[in-house]
Design a protein around this ligand. Structure first.
Ligand code: 6GU
Length: 226
């Protein structure tokens, strides 16, 4: 998968992809991330990318022209499956959307700033608008990093134990069960006996029960209505 991220702050997107699973995914050639500096597509000598909103009000708006030039440049190189604009008024990101996005070959992510981007870019280019939750970030970069992380770990070959994404919280609308590792007793707290029993059927049943119980207690909204 190739992801082009259009941003005014490419430095914000260096750290998140340089370690651990995302780094390995890139080293293995499973994931290619390109940071595209929007300012390089400005048309005046001051390299202006934002301007005051028509109608007044606080904040600045990312201008249509630099964004259109940038997107036209990318679109002239290859076909993209989706052009995603990260915005708090977009569709809320969830695991099933990550699953669907992970099936694509080429994505563009647009990071907004200030009061957002000129509405005409949304009309003319953007195919999908995504929010990562009901709170406001100062820009789309952290949201883009979240989206890339969630999607990249689903690509075949990225996780070492390929089955492990299948058992994540949310993959089946259940929260994950508790996990334990050595030692058997820590500050007086024992690992549940069943996990030491070697009885895989009993272990699977216990995990399912714990998942259901956790989901009922913490996230009843995830359960089907009865
Ligand atoms: Cl995608 N962008 C910004 N600026 N804030 C957000 C968001 C995105 N998702 C949640 N809050």
């Amino acid at each position: 998968m190739r992801i082009d991220i259009v941003t005014l702050f490419p430095e914000l997107l260096e750290g998140p992809f340089s370690h651990s699973i995302l780094r390995r995914a890139q080293e293995r050639g499973l994931l290619e991330i390109h940071r595209v500096q929007l300012r390089d597509f400005a048309t005046d000598r001051h390299r202006t990318v934002d301007d005051y909103p028509y109608g007044g009000g606080p904040g600045m708006v990312l201008m249509a022209e630099p964004l259109a030039n940038c997107l036209d440049h990318l679109l002239s190189q290859r076909k993209y499956d989706e052009i995603v604009y990260l915005t708090p008024d977009g569709e809320r990101l969830c695991q099933s959307l990550c699953n669907r996005l992970s099936l694509h070959q080429n994505l563009i992510l647009i990071c907004g700033h200030y009061k957002g981007i000129d509405e005409r870019i949304r009309k003319l280019y953007v195919t999908r608008e995504i929010s990562i939750g009901d709170y406001v970030l100062s820009g789309g970069e952290l949201a883009a990093a979240v989206l890339v992380d969630c999607v990249a770990r689903l690509l075949p070959g990225v996780l070492n134990d390929e089955a492990s994404a299948l058992f994540d919280s949310f993959q089946d609308n259940l929260l994950a069960p508790p996990v334990y590792t050595r030692p058997e007793v820590f500050r007086g707290l024992r690992v549940p006996e069943v996990l030491l029993s070697g009885n895989q059927k009993a272990i699977d049943e216990w995990r399912l029960e714990q998942s259901q119980q956790r989901t009922r207690q913490r996230r009843p909204d995830l359960l089907p209505p009865d």
